[in-house]
Design a protein around this ligand. Sequence first.
Ligand SMILES: Nc1ncnc2c1ncn2[C@@H]1O[C@H](COP(=O)(O)OP(=O)(O)OP(=O)(O)O)[C@@H](O)[C@H]1O
Ligand SMILES: [Mg+2]
Length: 263
Amino acid sequence: MAITKTICFANNKGGSGKSTTCANVGYALSTLGKKVLLIDGDMQMNLTLSFFDDETSLAFAKSDRNLYRGVVDQKDLTDFIVNTEYKGLDVIPSSTLMSSIEFDLFTKWQREFILKKGLDRIKASGKYDYILIDAPPTLGCWVMNIMCASDHLVIPVESSPWGLFGIANMFEFYEQIKQVAPNLNLLGIAITKANERKNYFKQTVDTLSSLENVRLFETIIRIDSTVEWSQDVSKPVMAYKKNSRAAKEYMELAKEIKKYVTR
Ligand SMILES: Nc1ncnc2c1ncn2[C@@H]1O[C@H](COP(=O)(O)OP(=O)(O)OP(=O)(O)O)[C@@H](O)[C@H]1O
Ligand SMILES: [Mg+2]
């Protein structure tokens, strides 16, 4: 029986690589023999689309088998899990209806902890080594739910001036969450979509590595069009092109995350 570790990927800056990192790190962990549950917390359904084609993803969104229904109805989320074609890798799909989640949560009792409660039985079952949650690019009650349900937070940051600008908000939000979820641990920052030929890249690395008490993962995820091609066919990049640079980088990041997640 595994002790399940829950890790969320969050950053209010849009397009910072949250969904891509979550999907590919999740897949990498599953190929290392770990049992992984991926939870799509975003109305854009990008994590769901990383493993299922458009038609199947939309069918989840329209059905009762998606995270939105489970959370709004405050259900145990076990029945919302679907298998992927990959061994040891399951998903709780999202729905476009997630767009109204803030409104739906507003009147609920203990509204920051609904996702956490929904995951209690799954965690207690010991079926999964890791639960990875993909957050939307917002900082409201729903992302609070995602963080309160997690043991660890990974912040993917795009190597760009605006990528750095947003991170101060993220730290402030994290400090607020710690007041209601004191065990949440900021595992680290992952630089994504990096282009080493651009001068700004060096500045991103310098700025992020100078932050006190915040780990910057050694693995840097560089920009690679293979990632987009793999998403076009709803496959993790390692399953699409095992020997690509991106496939190797996501595997390295997964190993680093695995190494640091000790509780
Ligand atoms: N390593 C990479 N190489 C090339 N393209 C990438 C890489 N990582 C992400 N992308 C692309 O960048 C875009 C944003 O990535 P992604 O959707 O993962 O970010 P996000 O933070 O989840 O976005 P959102 O805030 O909208 O949820 C996508 O089009 C994705 O294909
Ligand atoms: Mg996303």
